[in-house]
Design a protein around this ligand. Structure first.
Ligand code: TYD
Ligand code: MG
Length: 458
């Protein structure tokens, strides 16, 4: 590609092509390619200049992760970050607009500012707006240093000092721009260079860097995927704006477990932690209605009970509707197919709606059995016992497979007053997967046996 020719860059995946196309060949996205000015200097060969010799060290030795971690004292956030923040690490916080990213970071920085110097750089809001939010949250007196800026050069210049702050928030990375790159803020080249420079500085000066990232309508962080590779931790803030619950999910964490989630509630006074999410998710459950089933799930290290609701209704459409909220629609199709082929329960003439109550999104296959129970219950109009929790994975031949952390799931259920658990029978001796403690255990080996539980009159 010649030096002066324009480049066409996919805004989804960052792939570069020589000419514009409607569809990106690399990631398959439509209408994502836009023109960008050529790079100032195309990468050349290394030339004749000698390099420096690199030093090798052993695996053993001190690391920054051993240092005491900075605690935000927002328990849910600290846990999702793997037990506090590591100096020199970069965290990307993604989420839909209005979900509460700025609110969470305002609260976190306010708590951190009483321990270490903290700066909050907003490219989206004026200082006034950030102040108003802080006042609304009752945090106006916290010693956070505030600025409204978008020029990367100015920001780097300001932060690249010996007494650099210990925590820096950039809200958001899509509003930042480097003046040596001829592309609009938010484009792949801008996002990439801004993130790269800021992360490098964070490592060099040893501060914690929070980058707020916008999310595309497909639900991934806007800008190149490389952004996720560059940072140490990727947190997604999710939740339904119609619900007050917000889930902070670690999808990548170099300093802790992924799949860890923190649960918050958006209130008038900002985000408050939810210490017992199971109770919250089950709060509006009405016992003894058909089509509802309590699933004993585990999110990260934390057991969580949620209600799964199914509605099976006769359809007038030639291809009946399948609508899913909070679960994978492919998995629903699989469960429906297994019910049809292995258990003789054909729902192909019915519309099927599935909902995970409370706005939680479940990704575990361990929810299969609970989904199947809700479907069968709705189809037969026989309620699942109100005091029963269900978990188990379903295989294509209809077998119910054991899942991880069975005991933790049942313990949580017992804590919330449930009396029986429908759990996978272990393949050996048909014994139940988990002991159950105070719960009465009903082991189940094949999906067929589920239908037996839902005979009207039982
Ligand atoms: P915000 O943090 O600005 O979202 P983001 O930065 O992710 O775009 O949150 C905005 C929403 O949160 C807004 O609709 C108002 C609501 N909110 C509350 O309900 N309570 C509060 O105390 C605050 C500060 C915001
Ligand atoms: Mg914001």
């Amino acid at each position: 590609m010649s030096k002066s020719a324009p480049r066409y860059v996919c805004q989804e995946c960052g792939a570069v092509t020589a000419r514009w196309a409607g569809k990106c060949e690399a990631c398959g996205a439509w209408n994502s390619i836009s023109e960008e000015a050529p790079r100032e200097s195309a990468p050349k060969g290394l030339g004749g200049k000698p390099g420096k010799k690199i030093e090798f060290v052993g695996l053993e030795g001190a690391t920054t992760a051993d240092l005491p971690r900075l605690m935000t004292r927002i328990g849910e956030l600290d846990r999702v970050c793997g037990g506090g923040l590591v100096a020199g690490s970069a965290l990307l916080v993604g989420g839909d607009p209005g979900i509460g990213k700025s609110t969470l970071l305002t609260q976190a920085t306010a708590a951190l500012s009483t321990q270490v110097p903290v700066v909050y750089i907003s490219g989206e809001e004026a200082v006034d707006q950030v102040r108003l939010r802080a006042r609304r949250l009752g945090l106006a007196t916290a010693p956070v240093q505030l600025a409204s800026a978008t020029n990367l050069r100015d920001i780097i210049q300001t932060l690249d000092v010996a007494d650099a702050p210990k925590v820096v928030v950039i809200d958001s990375i899509q509003t930042m721009y480097a003046d040596n790159v001829e592309a609009a803020p938010g484009t792949v080249s801008q996002v990439r260079i801004c993130a790269h420079e800021l992360i490098r500085l964070a490592k060099r000066r040893g501060f914690v860097l929070f980058l707020v990232g916008h999310v595309t309508k497909e639900g991934t962080i806007a800008g190149p995927r490389v952004l996720e590779h560059m940072v140490d931790t990727v947190l997604y803030f999710e939740g339904d704006r119609g619900h007050q619950f917000r889930i902070l999910r670690a999808v990548k964490n170099r300093f802790g477990a992924t799949d860890e989630i923190g649960v918050f509630e958006m209130t008038d006074g900002g985000l408050t932690e939810v210490l017992n999410p199971s109770a919250l998710f089950l709060a509006e459950r009405r016992g003894n209605v058909s089509g509802s089933c309590v699933y004993a799930g585990v999110e990260g290290t934390r057991p969580m009970l949620v209600e799964i609701q199914a509605l099976v209704a006769p359809s007038t459409l030639s291809s009946p509707r399948r609508a899913v909220v909070g679960w994978d629609s492919n998995r629903l199709s699989m469960v429906l197919a297994v019910l049809d082929a292995r258990c003789g329960l054909a729902l192909s003439g019915n519309d099927v709606y599935l909902n995970v109550a409370g706005g939680l999104r479940i990704t575990e296959p361990a929810a299969d059995l609970a989904v199947a129970a809700a479907l069968v219950s709705s189809a037969t109009d026989v309620p699942v016992p109100a005091d029963m929790v269900v978990f188990g994975e379903i295989g294509l031949s209809g077998e119910v497979r054991a899942v991880a952390q069975g005991d933790a799931r049942l313990k949580e259920a017992a804590k919330l007053g449930f009396a029986q658990g429908l759990v996978p029978a272990s393949p050996r001796k048909g014994k139940a997967q988990a002991a159950g403690g105070p719960l009465a255990i009903r082991p189940i080996g094949h999906l067929q046996d589920l239908l037996g539980l839902f005979r009207p009159g039982q």
